[in-house]
Each structure stands twice: as structure tokens, then as C-alpha cells.
Design a binder for this molecule. Structure first.
Ligand SMILES: [Zn+2]
Ligand SMILES: [Zn+2]
Length: 310
């Protein structure tokens, strides 16, 4: 399994000289399974570059949406494979009693917000409510509701003996003490338990959290407590606040690493940076760094292709 970060920002795209190194695109993670199947986790603005990097012969891929906040679907209208007639795209997401997934996404992909309507997309696109568990290519996918604002899923992807957990928008500590709760009462616990790679909400510093209580996101100490309780082997903090510059995030990364070590955490904790890839090392079964950001604002198309790998 290979995992590539195409957008690590939360809430709203935040391009500019202050966000070059961690990236300004909103949530999107590309996953290549061991059998070559392609998944995109969320469709924030990062999915635009993912789509441009896909070889034209790519005909089938799956998009797994955690929820329909704009920072997780905004890139859909700019996802190039949706405009390829030979492409088959399956979009999965949370069900609600109120309206179908297709109808809810069509509120964005329709006038006046979008120049195209869903029915006009040239590709073969289908919309499916994520079940609790299903097989996709070589992976077993588990979806479960997590604590956020509105119907929101987290995903667990198990493939060839390795596990990725993706919970980008998550406030598990709202009204709860993560250190003391029994596992079955911790939001998202079963999704992340013993994950080899956990990509988790890390939006706020602890001192910022009081002003954002109930907004659906985690303070640093909550993210670390969640990672510690679930036993994740490698944790990537994700969904950076649009107000946080590269310099702010550098300091945040140092605090995260220090608090992780001080708390007796095993494994590694780091901040997600757009352009980073992780790949399972067959020798150890663990996720290792496979590619790092090109280091400048614009990643060349050739570099993107090599990051995708296929
Ligand atoms: Zn979000
Ligand atoms: Zn959200």
C-alpha cells in the first residue's frame, strides 16, 4: 500500500508564501493498494493534482468521502478523470435519511456554484453510501461514524497485512477524557486500533482549543491521546488550520514530537506535508517515507507522476 498526501489543509484552501512547505490544498489522500487499485480519500482541492498525475489509461477509481463539508469535496469539479469518457469513478460517502449521496453532492455540482451538472459529466460516475464494511480491490474497508459536525465517517483500510486509518475531521475529546474512557466509548477507536499509519485531525494547539470547543476538531493533546490509546504505530497530524503558517507548524511539530516522547509514546508522530508519500516496507510491514515534497510552491508534473508511482 502506498499513501500520498495531496492536500493536508483544513477548512479552506490557503495558498501563499506562508504555507508553501505544508501546503495550502484541502484534504485529499491518494492510496494505491497492493493490487494496483486506486482510491482517493476525500476530494478537497488536493484531488486536482492527484487527477492530473493519473496516467490516461487509468479507467477505474474510487473516491471515499468522509463527509460533505466543502473542504472535502471542493476539488471534485476540477478532478480531471470525471471528464474522461472512458473513466469509471465510484464516489462513496456517508448516508443520511434526508437525501441521497448523489443529490447532496449535486448541490455543489450544479448551477449556480458549478458550470457543469452531475448528469453532464462524461465519465461513468456512481454514488454509493459507504456500508460498515466492504471489499475494494485487495483491501477491506471499514467505515464508522465519528465525532464531528454533521454526518461524518472515518475509514480503516486493511490491505496485505497493513492498516491505514483516516480520520481527518474529529473531535473525540468533546466532553470526554480520552485517557480514562473505555475503548468502546472513544469515537473512532475501532477504526484506528493498532493502525500502521493513522492520519488524524490535528487542527489546533491546546491553547487555541477553548475558542473552538465543539467545532469538530482536535487540540494537539487530544490527537496524541487518541494515537496513544489506539496504539497507532505512525501518526500523521492532518487538516492544518488555514491560519497556521509554515513557521507556526514547524513549532507545532516540535511540540508534538516532544509531547509524544514525554507521554511515553512508541512509534512516530509528524505533521502531514503536501507532496509526502508513505509506502509499506515489505521487510518490516511498516509505513516508511517514500517521497518528500519537492520543496517549492509548485510541484512539477513529472515529480507528481513519480510521487503517484503508477
Ligand atoms: Zn474538514
Ligand atoms: Zn468537516
Amino acid at each position: 500500500m502506498k499513501v500520498s498526501l495531496w492536500g493536508t489543509r483544513g477548512s479552506v484552501p490557503s495558498p501563499g508564501p506562508e504555507t508553501i512547505r505544508y501546503g495550502g490544498n484541502t484534504s485529499c489522500v491518494g492510496v494505491t493498494l497492493s493490487d494496483g487499485s486506486l482510491l482517493a480519500l476525500d476530494a478537497g482541492t488536493g484531488i486536482r493534482n492527484l487527477g492530473l498525475a493519473l496516467p490516461v489509461e487509468t479507467t477505474r477509481l474510487h473516491i471515499l468521502l468522509t463527509h460533505l463539508h466543502l473542504d472535502h469535496i471542493q476539488g471534485l469539479v476540477f478532478f480531471e478523470p470525471l471528464f474522461r469518457s472512458q473513466a469509471e469513478v465510484v464516489i462513496w460517502g456517508p448516508a443520511t435519511p434526508e437525501a441521497s449521496l448523489r443529490d447532496r453532492i449535486a448541490r455543489y455540482i450544479s448551477a449556480p456554484l458549478s458550470p457543469v451538472e452531475v448528469r453532464e459529466l462524461p465519465c461513468d460516475v456512481s454514488f454509493r453510501a459507504s456500508p460498515e464494511q466492504w471489499e475494494l480491490g485487495s483491501a477491506r474497508i471499514t467505515a464508522a461514524s465519528v465525532a464531528h459536525r454533521g454526518p461524518t465517517l472515518g475509514y480503516r483500510i486493511e490491505d496485505a497485512g497493513s492498516t491505514l486509518a483516516y480520520i481527518p475531521d474529529h473531535e473525540p475529546a468533546l466532553g470526554a477524557d480520552l485517557a480514562a474512557l473505555e475503548p468502546e466509548w472513544i469515537s473512532g477507536f475501532a477504526l484506528a486500533e493498532d493502525a500502521d499509519l493513522l492520519i488524524h485531525d490535528g487542527q489546533y494547539a491546546d491553547e487555541e482549543y477553548a475558542r473552538h470547543l465543539g467545532w469538530g476538531h482536535s487540540a494537539l493533546s487530544h490527537s496524541l491521546a487518541f494515537a496513544r490509546r489506539t496504539g497507532a504505530r505512525r501518526t500523521v497530524l492532518f487538516h492544518h488550520d488555514p491560519m497556521h503558517s509554515d513557521r507556526w507548524l514547524d513549532t507545532h511539530a516540535e511540540r508534538a514530537a516532544a509531547e509524544w516522547v514525554a507521554g511515553g509514546g512508541a512509534g512516530a508522530v509528524e505533521l502531514g506535508r503536501e507532496g509526502t508519500s508513505y509506502e509499506v516496507d515489505p521487510a518490516t510491514g511498516e509505513f516508511a517515507l517514500a517521497a518528500e515534497p519537492a520543496g517549492s510552491a509548485t510541484v512539477e508534473a513529472s515529480a507528481i507522476t513519480s510521487v503517484v508511482g503508477r
